[in-house]
Design a protein around this ligand. Structure first.
Ligand code: BV8
Ligand code: ZN
Length: 267
């Protein structure tokens, strides 16, 4: 690398530090600069800075409620009112908050990479709101619902609510269009996600505790296929030891800083 570029990298790092921006390993920036295929897996942490609770972190859903009582088909069978109360509450939260700088930075990053695959475990559709064009939703979304009778999926607006439950025009009860524990993930989405993990040269795991399978398998598949894994999370997770780069901190700060570093490298 010419010393001019080396100087400018050093100068930019010093500037970032002075601005309190995250600084990055030059090797990561160089790898991202030349990466033709990048895959990203996001979890609830990507929406934390939007104000949406995560599941397992401080104030997370599973801290004072049991997943078994809210996010399984058995729970819905047992008490559809309680499950819908939870999803309606989350729908209101999603409607009251907005995507954050982390979502926006990922939508922007996609424009710098030849083949960029965004895979999410999130059900809030904030990636799409932030401008991401193609999003692989592994766990469905909570905006829509699905009829248990005719199965026709449709935007929430066509739900006919009676006595605290949404019904379909066919009279069938509707359920949230999410994937619960014990349910298979959408086959096409899972296939596309695994293919992206197998083919990418750089895999980002952002805002996920890396505990829920089969999504948690993806970074390991990428690594086994020769990709470098980058983890962005304020806390260490079971994936951290496998990551070549662990960028510790909030995604809403790290991702925009990564874009700045990438732009600086290109200049
Ligand atoms: C299935 C519903 C076939 C929608 C959810 C091995 C193989 C296959 C399956 C299994 C297996 N072992 C066990 C299973 C069964 C199970 C499973 O994985 N259980 C775990 C708990 C052990 N998997 C399943 O049931 C899946 N189905 O595989 O079908 C099958 C069936 C039966 C038996 C075998 C096989 C279905 C999984 C989907 C479940 N549905 N949600 C909804 O209501 O949201 S899962 C739920 O967890 C959400 O979707 C969520 O996205 C997902 C993962 O959690 P995270 O997104 O990672 O969120 P979490 O709070 O945990 O972590 C947030 C992270 O963000 C933290 O690390 C935090 O530090 C970080 N953070 C915080 N702030 C920030 C931040 N990061 C960055 N910036 C910040 N500012
Ligand atoms: Zn129906």
């Amino acid at each position: 690398m010419s010393c001019g570029r080396e100087d400018s990298r050093r100068w930019r790092r010093a500037l970032n530090r002075a601005l309190g921006l995250h600084t990055f390993d030059d090797k990561l920036i160089a790898r991202l600069e030349r990466a033709a295929r990048v895959a990203v897996l996001t979890g609830a942490g990507i929406s934390a800075e939007s104000g949406l609770p995560t599941f397992r972190g401080p104030g997370g859903w599973w801290r004072n409620q049991r997943a078994e009582d809210l996010a399984t088909p058995e729970a819905f069978e047992r008490n559809p009112h309680l499950v819908w109360e939870w999803y309606q509450h989350r729908r209101e939260q999603v409607a009251q908050h907005r995507p954050n700088a982390g979502h926006a930075a990922l939508a922007e990053l996609a424009g710098h990479v030849q083949q960029f695959t965004l895979i999410t475990q999130c059900v809030d559709r904030y990636h799409q709101q932030a401008g991401a064009r193609e999003v692989i939703e592994l766990h469905g979304n909570l905006i829509e619902s699905r009829c248990l009778q005719c199965g026709v999926p449709a935007e929430g607006a066509t739900e006919v609510w009676r006595a605290g439950l949404p019904y379909c025009g066919c009279g069938g009860l509707r359920r949230p269009a999410v994937v619960w524990f014990g349910e298979e993930l959408p086959a096409a989405a899972l296939r596309r996600a695994f293919r992206a993990a197998e083919e990418c040269t750089l895999f980002f795991a952002i805002g996920t505790s890396a505990l829920v399978y089969p999504a948690a398998q993806l970074p390991h598949v990428a690594r086994a296929a020769g990709a470098a894994v980058v983890e962005i999370n304020p806390e260490r997770t079971p994936l951290t030891p496998q990551a070549q780069w662990f960028l510790q901190g909030p995604a809403g700060e790290i991702l925009p800083a990564l874009l700045v570093a990438l732009a600086g490298a290109a200049s």
